[in-house]
Design a protein around this ligand. Structure first.
Ligand SMILES: Nc1ncnc2c1ncn2[C@@H]1O[C@H](COP(=O)(O)OP(=O)(O)OP(=O)(O)O)[C@@H](O)[C@H]1O
Length: 239
């Protein structure tokens, strides 16, 4: 059984092929990280999976129940936090559903606040609550912590790890951060030249700490796949 099957995804912008034939499968409950140089097409692929890009071709078998969190929170400034969480949903009990999701991200107390009164980290947690309230089978995360400071980012990563373990959606996380990918994902994929060029299985039990020797080896391999030279670090390791 699979949650996501993408075959031969292609996307061209202005005559330039950004995705040249991407094949991708994600199992139910699997956490996959997508890395690649800037401009390699990570967000393009995520948007195609989200159904936000009508210009992509190929075969996309993706669950209906999916939710996206972007780098910017995209909260509506004229709606209170809880209304933002349930924006676009119908049905009874919306406030209670919002409160339950906000409780999961530790922000129930801010349910009636206006978005502009939240910090960057809090806003991203509300964006996560807005995704969670939809009980997604597929959660698409596009650099969700990219704009956060290092400490807030670490906490947000911990929160995502916990929420994923509890709810087990399939996840595709687009990130620049190799360590983030290695701490969170079951598999890390490298997008290069419009294709999935390399795959790294993160065969390390959770909870993970980045100085685990296997993770350090994977980190070196991933950085090398991204064209980052880690030789000076290697020699440091042996000094
Ligand atoms: N709407 C668009 N019109 C024209 N070109 C686009 C459009 N969207 C993306 N591109 C181009 O496609 C390429 C891939 O963009 P994309 O945002 O998917 O890369 P990325 O890997 O997510 O990059 P980054 O890590 O910098 O966010 C880039 O060269 C970008 O300029």
């Amino acid at each position: 059984m699979t949650a996501v099957v993408v075959e031969d995804a292609r996307r061209e912008f202005d005559g330039r092929l950004v995705l040249e034939g991407v094949d991708l499968t994600i199992a139910p409950g699997e956490f996959v990280a997508l890395l690649g140089a800037s401009g390699s097409g990570k967000s393009t692929l995520l948007r195609a999976l989200a159904g936000l890009d009508r210009g992509a071709t190929g075969s996309f078998d993706v669950p209906q129940r999916r939710a996206v969190v972007f780098q910017e929170h995209r909260l509506m400034p004229w709606s209170r936090v809880w209304r933002n969480v349930t924006l676009g949903l119908d049905g009874p009990d919306l406030r209670n559903r919002a409160l339950a999701a906000l409780t999961e991200v530790g922000l129930a107390a801010r349910a009636d606040a206006w978005p502009r009164t939240l910090s960057g980290g809090e806003s991203q947690r509300v964006a996560l609550a807005r995704a969670l309230v939809r009980t997604p089978e597929l959660l698409l995360l596009d650099e969700p912590f990219g704009a956060l400071d290092a400490l807030t980012r670490l906490k947000a990563q911990g929160l995502v790890a916990r929420l994923w373990a509890e709810h087990r959606p399939a996840v595709l996380l687009v990130t620049h951060d190799v360590e983030e990918a290695l701490l969170l994902a079951d598999r890390a994929l490298l997008l290069r030249d419009g294709r999935i060029a390399e795959e790294f299985v993160v065969d390390v039990p959770r909870p993970r700490v980045i100085d685990n020797p296997r993770l350090l080896a994977l980190r070196r391999a991933l950085l090398s796949g991204l064209g980052v030279n880690t030789e000076s670090e290697d020699s440091d390791d042996h000094s």
